[in-house]
Every structure is written in C-alpha cells, then in structure tokens.
Design a protein around this ligand. Structure first.
Ligand code: CS2
Length: 490
C-alpha cells in the first residue's frame, strides 16, 4: 500500500484533512526534542506546527535515546504523520514540523552537534518519569547504571541528563547562549528536577560548569495535558481510510490539549501565546492540580479497574461505584491539598476531567496507564498523602490506589505476567512472596525503600490504612464486587 509522503500530501486537502500551513522546505531546525513518543507528537509537535506559519525557526529534530521505531516509521514519510483528534466529530491533521529523526545510541555525535548548534534555542523532553534517574528525595541517583555508564562514557551517553551536561559545557566554552530546556513530563516541579539532575551530573566532573548551569540555564517547569491512547490497529485502519493510503505511525488524542509553561524562558521562543500555550508565573499550581486530580484519578481507575477486569478508562468511569469513588477522592482528598492557581476553578476542573474520562470516542487502555506505577504513584498519590497527614486529613481513600497497585503487582507476579516498570524485577519477586494476608503483604510493600520518601513508610497510620484498603480490595475480581469493596468510601 502507498504510504504518506511529501509527494502525495496535496491529494489530502480534498479529503478534508488539515495540511501544514507553511512551506516545509523553508523551515529550520530550532528545537531538539528527546522522546518522540505519541504524547510528544500530539502535543508539543502540534503546538510547534501551529507556530511555524508565522515563524519558520521552530522545526524539530526528534531524538530517540534507544528505540529506532519512530525513526524507521517516519523517515520514509519525510517526518510527516497524522494526528487523529477523536471527539464528537473526528478530525485529521498532518504534522510537518519534524525536520530530522535521530537515534542517539546510533549517532551520539549528531545529537550532540544538534544540541550545540546555536540555532537550537529550545530543547524539550518527554522521557517519562524514569528517564530522570532520581532518588526518592529528588537528587540524581548517581548509582543508577545509566548514570554510572554516562559518567565514564562522555562520547556515547545513554541519558538525557548527560547529553544536556555535555552540550551545555560546549555551549559555555563557545559562548553561545544556552537553549531553554523544557521538561514536559508528569513530574511535580519538572523543570527544577531536570535542572537539579543536570547540575548534579555536571558536578561529578566540573564544579564550575555545574554552577554555571544552575545560574544561567533556563529550565522552566511545565504542565502538559492531552489524553493520548497508544496507537493501535484500529487507529491505523481509521487513518488509512481517511487518507486513502497508509500512515506508518499515526497518533491519536482527545480534542482537549493544554500546555502551561513557566515564564522564565530567555532569548527567542516560539510565539507561544499566539498558539494557545499559557505562559505564567504559577505553573506549579496548574501542575499539581493536573498531576493529582487527573493523573491521580487515572492511576486509581487503572489499578482498581484492572482488578475488576475492566479494560478502558471509559469502562471504568462508566461503573457507577468506581466513578462515585473517584469523584469523592478528587473532591475530598486531592482537592483540599491544592491551592487553585489564578484562572483555574478546581470544582469545574474536576467535572471537566470526569467528562473527558467519559469520552466514548477514546479507547484508553487501563493497562497503558498502569505502567511504571513505582514512578508515577509518588507524584500522583504519595505527595498528597504526606500533606494530608501533616494537615490532619484522613488518608483512607488515598490508600485505595496504592493497595490496588499492591494487588495488581501480586496478581501479575503470580500469573507470571510481565510488569512494565523500571522496578519490575524487584516488584515481581515481592509479588511472589505475598501470601494474601494483609499485614504480611503490606509490610513487604512498605519495605520498598526506593518508592517511599521520608517518613511515610514508618507511619503506623499509613500502615493501618493500607492494610484496611488491601483487605477491602482482596476479593475484587469483577465489576460486581466493586460496590461492596468501595462501600462507605464512595
Ligand atoms: C496517564 C497520562 O498514562 C498515564 O499515566 O495518566 O498519560 C495522561 O493520560 C496524561 O498525563 C494526560 O495529559
């Protein structure tokens, strides 16, 4: 079957497909992005595509650290791909912003050259929580095998952290202004965390560089949001139907899309305001609200829903008992931990999020959200729990997603099913040691030092509430059991 290329773009206009509104041969590469997964391609690449008609400086060099998949799929399409926007009326749009596709493990020099090029004024990243190689106290984990590797192999790094440190060193030597470095991952204070990781990495070999990075390089924090189910065969077929030929790797999202960036960038940037990106001083307020209310609710639906044998977010939120529980968790547990940033009404936000979960056009697998629980749950649930304990608020409901994750891990381990998580081996071993007896199993999970930060794991209130939640969820193996299991917590 013919596939999407520059040569057959023109035929798409007649089919109602939105095309790049600029001459692709005129755009320059001004952005280096790490992690060209589906989320980046529906989100940052979409906004940059919006910026290109009025300013051609913001074409993207996509860098995958390891995987060759996106490069292999998109190179024959000259970087072109389709976004399917799935809501009441589906719509399709071709993104033309990708100028270059690199795989770092194959061409580390080319990646460094791009980062050093003074035309690179913006570096963005979606490498997921685990890519930051952080300890639970937020510092760089210098014992991490990839960081160890990168400290002794500066010419062929494995991590974003090392690429940034090496490139910044060179830019400093050459006296070219550093780029704005923008983390777009779901971590609280993502900019500060990335800065700290790069500063601590640089400090291992060059104290002056480390200080310079801390003082001179802008690492704005961001909040990113758009629900993006992984690409599946149904999407490929749907896009082929709309285009009249194949797209080797289309992506999909809901219509809602939001990007909030801290107002600390320096030098030239895309005209973010003009393309619908919010640039504000209070990004932390947006970020926390989204991480807790949306992502916290998502992880709850994912683990409790999976125990009940449900498949998608739509299925989970359509269950009246689970939906009632999640709404209450958002309203009574997450919401009191938040201070609404100016321009955000938290009650309206909660209702809007619940409505987005109920979008019937989106098939978002709970299994996808359940990935990497050890990395996600600290930001989504544990932070709120620590604050609740200090403020004297209850933690019973907050323990439900955690206890559901424990059961999820245990069941996976007992069925010998793979767990997708950087701590997979430890989790599988722990899951096999679980007996089903709540005191015993909760004690095992509380021994996961890398997961729990501070005093939480030692707090008797936490242990007791986890035991109660674990017992409550033990029998859940179908949606019919949810009513009783969630009982008074709903
Ligand atoms: C989800 C997020 O997979 C997950 O963990 O919670 O990817 C979520 O869909 C996005 O953050 C929405 O912006």
């Amino acid at each position: 079957m013919t596939h999407l290329t520059s040569g057959n773009l023109a035929s798409l206009a007649a089919r109602g497909i939105q095309l790049p509104a600029y001459d692709r041969s005129q755009i320059q590469t001004g952005v280096v992005h790490f992690g060209p997964g589906a989320f980046h391609r529906v989100h940052q690449a979409f906004y940059l595509d919006e910026a290109l008609p009025s300013d051609p400086r913001w074409g993207i060099c996509e860098v995958a650290l390891q995987s060759t998949g996106v490069r292999d799929a998109l190179a024959p399409q000259q970087g072109l791909y389709t976004i399917a926007i799935l809501d009441q009326q589906p719509s399709y749009r071709i993104i033309g912003a990708v100028k270059e596709l690199l795989v770092a493990k194959e061409s580390p020099r080319a990646v460094l050259d791009r980062l050093i090029d003074p035309a690179t004024k913006l570096v963005t990243a979606t490498i997921t929580e685990k890519g930051y190689c952080l300890r639970s106290d937020g510092g760089l984990d210098t014992t991490h095998p990839d960081i160890q590797h990168d400290l002794s192999n500066p010419q062929s790094p494995r991590t974003l952290i090392a690429y940034l440190a090496h490139a910044l060193k060179q830019r400093r030597q050459e006296r070219t202004a550093p780029p704005n470095i923008v983390s777009c991952d779901n971590l609280a204070d993502n900019g500060k965390r990335l800065r700290r990781a790069v500063v601590e990495f640089a400090a291992q070999s060059d104290a002056d560089l480390s200080k310079w990075i801390e003082a001179e390089v802008p690492f704005p924090s961001t909040m990113v949001d758009s629900i993006t189910p992984a690409t599946d065969d149904a999407l490929r077929a749907r896009v082929a139907d709309a285009l009249g030929f194949e797209d080797r790797w289309p992506v999909q999202r809901e219509a809602f899309c939001q990007w909030v960036i801290e107002d600390s960038m320096r030098g030239p940037t895309p005209d973010f305001g003009a393309v619908g990106v919010t640039v504000t001083n209070d990004v932390a307020g947006f970020e926390r609200a989204k991480l807790r209310l949306l992502n916290g609710a998502h992880s709850t639906l994912a683990y409790v829903g999976s125990l009940a044998g449900l498949q998608t977010v739509f299925d989970a939120i359509s269950d009246p008992h689970l939906a009632a529980f999640v709404r209450r968790l958002m309203l009574e547990d997450f919401r009191p931990s938040l201070i609404a940033p100016r321009g955000l009404n938290l009650d309206a936000y909660i209702e809007a999020v619940l409505q987005r979960f109920g979008n019937p056009a989106i098939r978002h697998l709970l299994a996808q959200i359940a990935w990497d629980g050890s990395q996600k749950l600290p930001f989504r649930v544990l932070n709120t729990m620590s604050e609740a304990l200090i403020a004297g608020r209850p933690i019973e409901r907050l323990c439900v997603p955690l206890a559901a994750w424990f059961h999820f891990v245990r069941r996976k381990a007992n069925k010998d099913e793979a767990i997708t998580d950087p701590m997979a081996d430890t989790l599988a071993q722990l899951g096999r040691r679980c007996t089903g007896e709540a005191h015993h199993d909760v004690a095992l999970f509380l021994s996961l030092e890398r997961f729990w930060s501070g005093e939480l794991a030692k707090d008797a209130r936490v242990r007791n509430a986890l035991i109660a939640a674990y017992e409550r969820l033990a029998a859940v193996d179908s949606a019919a059991k949810l009513k009783e299991a969630l009982g008074p917590l709903r």
